[in-house]
Design a protein around this ligand. Sequence first.
Ligand code: HPA
Ligand code: ZN
Length: 352
Amino acid sequence: MTPVPSFVNDVPRERLPALLAAAPKAELHMHIEGSLEPELIFELARRNGVSLSYPSVEALRAAYAFTDLQSFLDIYYAGASVLLTEQDFEDMAWAYFQRAAADNVVHAELFFDPQTHTERGVPIGVVINGLTRGIRRARQELGLSAALILCFLRHLSEDDAFATLEAALPYRDRFIGVGLDSSEVGHPPEKFARVFARCRELGLHVVAHAGEEGPPAYVWSALDVLKVERIDHGVRSLEDPALVERLRADGMALTVCPLSNVKLCVFPDMAQHNLVRLLRAGLKATINSDDPAYFGGYMNANFQAAFDALPELGPAEAYTLARNSLEASFVDAGQRDRWIEQLDAVFRAHAA
Ligand code: HPA
Ligand code: ZN
């Protein structure tokens, strides 16, 4: 664990909200399809002549009362059905990047779900080209750095994942890694052992959702079978002390998503979230928004909600969480160190 510089402890508590907002951060767990706000869903539905089963923005938003991961995924895939053209994917990404920049996210590694689109007849090139256009615009107009991580849908077969990888390979230079998302329980990481081995051979970064709803055994197999470089969520790891020790010894980052965990009933409320226990156990936790349009907020809302509900979180934890996000990103060391210098400067400016 990186030690916290001494000036961090000179930040008065009342400056925490401003500091949380101002700190430069990396977002490492955000599904770009989960940033589709109801207003944009309706706009794209109108533009593309897609009919929705909700009469209004308000009715759609009112349906965002989830009981578990699957109850969310059903609505999330329905929302994504309005995305048809490169322009749609660019508009979705651009809307997210504007929000991210406002939250001082300096770098975002975005998940996207090609199978959600190819199974509706949208070519993978349309998806990747549109998202790439959004990324280019974010770099040019916002100075925000971003990259794509292609996620395989784990409720589908490994053969489907191989076909998706094959279709994506002409665009190999447009994404930096692969991930694993969708319905976790019943679809353990080892189901995708061969396709992840192939992705590693191709030099792709590898991450996987594990230990969100699934048991610690899924985190073990994400580590040992898929050989992932980060665990997405991983909050259930605390149930297994040997796993905690393994994650700590490896310096393995967990991309924790506080508002998501509460919305999907992984924890009954934010006061019972285990973020403090993860940090106290020496685990490299980060804060992320997962599906911000569905879960009630973007990056800074996630920080603020966690800090409001968990009084043990103070300036040292704010520093650690932001710094972990920069360290756990896949950017080169020079860029990462420049952002860490900026992080230190923001904390110094808020110190008494
Ligand atoms: N878990 C699994 N799959 C997902 C998620 C998530 O939190 N968000 C979008 N797809
Ligand atoms: Zn996720």
